[in-house]
Design a protein around this ligand. Sequence first.
Ligand code: ASP
Ligand code: MG
Length: 795
Amino acid sequence: MARCHLHKFGGSSLADADCYRRVAHILLTHGNSDDLVVVSAAGKSTNFLYKLLELKDTGQLWQEELQVLISFQQNLIEQLLSNEQARSLRERLSIDKYQLISLFSLEALNKYKRNEVVSFGERWSARLLAALLRESGVAALDIDSRSLLLADEGGVPQIRLDESRARVQQALDDHANERLIITGFICANSRGETLLLGRNGSDYSATLIASLADIDRVTIWTDVEGVFNADPNKINDAKLLKSLSLDEANRLAHLGSPVLHNRSLQPLFDTQVSLAVRSSYASHTDFTLIAPKSSRASAPVVTNLSSVSLFSFRISTDVAHLTELLDGAGLMPLAHWKLAHDRVELAFTHENQQQVQSMLETDGLGISDLDLREDLGLVALVSADADLYRRGFARLLSRDARPLFKDGLSLVTLVPTSQVNLLTQKVHRRCAGPRKRIGVLLLGVGNIGEAWVDLFSRTRVALNKELEASVELVGLLSSKKALLKEEGIDLDSWKQDFEQQATPWLYEHMFEQLQALECDELIALDISASAELTLQYPEFFSRGIHVVSANKLAGSGPLAFYRELKLQLGNRRLFWRYNASCGAGLPVQHALNDLHNSGDSIEAIGGVFSGTLCWLFEKYDAKKPFSELVLEAKGLGITEPDPRDDLSGRDMQRKLLILAREIGHEIELDDIELNSLVPKELADIPLDQFLARIDELDHEMLQQFQAAAEQNKVLRYVAGLDVVDGQLKAAVGMEWVDTQHVYANLTPGDNVFVIRSAFYQDNPLIIRGAGAGREVTAAAVQSDLAQICRDLVQE
Ligand code: ASP
Ligand code: MG
């Protein structure tokens, strides 16, 4: 069985005896008997060891300082261990002391000897912690990582992965069921000489050993609770991030996050290891988890550096070559800009300044006019969705700021050092603060629902970006079941999730549940054909829920009901859009409103508002009976399940009513004359009987066709509304039209809307195209939804 967990404790977590006890407690309560542990030197021991070297180098006395360090260790031993173990550790410590004295007595210390001096800090911690754990009765062993990690020398040691992996695996096998306490920070070359992994290198040791040991989880126990979305020492309402993707963490580390070290993240790439950062002082609190892939977009993080080194120069050769060189030396700029006249700017941390400078001064790079500025600081935002925040961030930039540098994971600017804190606060408030959350409820999960989810998942990111808001699908409702998810429904698995997790619902409770959702606004998309649902619209509105309808039944309901709905909307910031209920995606209502807003007045509307009836009449040429065509259309799925719902003209009558009301005619459905194609005798009989007698439609149709043909006309089923002598005339029915007329020349399945107005008198405005179908209907719903969202954020 592979081991699961590696814990790493830094110097601040091991600063005194109480800290050690706390660490032992964490390992005993959070861990398993075979955990791996990586430790740093206690407190500031490493600094102390470096100081001893410096004293020796400068010919000063080091003996006294060495005794301070040894006493510190001795004290820890006395305070933490009982007699027998204490004695053994004391003995080993005095051996170490003499070894250090003999090292310092050498005339000159070479690099490896110096490293060996510094390595004692980690070795003492590992030894002490293992003893302390044994004291609690558990098996624990300290291991010197120089026996595990083999490296070649370079600017930083280059670990030989295969050999090191084999050694790590061997150690695991040799000590199954023991907690192994491993020194961080140190490794060895092939001659066994000591190499150091750089300051703060123990984090790197931890992730490296975890990847070699095939561990699932590394926890870095430190003195902060994790990664915050801004520096909590500077920003009052900075929030702890619960999750972060490895890419984001990596970028953040590169830009100077105080918690994460760039190099320590590298071993995690291409592994499944997740990394937790949490506080050893408050082990019960929340923490940050960095995973190879974070499933949901994390909140953005704002970070800053009070000052950076900005190199500015002209370059005559290829910049790519320079970047490669820098990259090769591990010197990736924090951000870079290309200015006019081949001028390039590269920002680096001060730490890297000297190395970069000497590189830029190398001959042959074609660099001239090199200039260095150190009076600028950096403010950056890191997020996998960084692009979403670009506009918001850019609006905050003063004239002194560098334009935003972006790389997909971050947005970076430089400003004079004195402005860094203020800009950080502003970016935090504007971009990392709460965004408006707009929850969408999908009522109806069939065919059109599917097309809409598809469209929504394709357009959501762009919409969120445009609006600087978060629009999420939070509910799916069929007539019987509902699935509500405050955090958002997964757009990839929504169908399955609905089938598996939806529960029965009742209107009474539903609204309570909807109101409990943590959303700033809710928008319901009614893509059902349910009359019962439209009866709930007043309830939706009174609870402040906006509605988008593809459902025609509310817009064409009884006038009193319709008026009540409009009254409810009144002057409130509440929206009801129903562009999809008429002509699907065709922008009919848009056009009518547009004309109205531009001072036009609409006089008449006519057209073919049914794709089914359009299809039937474009196809009918009397060569085969009309009823046969109807059955063919039914077979193709072009008609309603009961074709009489199309043939009755009801549907067109409702659409005409919606448009009539849209342009201000307050009428009832019955004010529109309806001439059904279904004879009375066939209207109310069961469907199967109707289908059996459907040929009764044929005789009348044939006669009409022939009579019309004699006058050079064709049959069309049309809707029309006009004001004649001050009287409104509205009707739906079959008409004879000229063969040249637009109605006579449609693509089967189209809708056409012909609008006559003051501005479009002799030559009316015509809108035509596919007027039904899942994609165009979904598009109409999405367009209404987007419009409402836009209206909502524009405050
Ligand atoms: N003890 C070493 C240092 O202080 C390594 C570490 O703490 O990560 O840099
Ligand atoms: Mg440290």
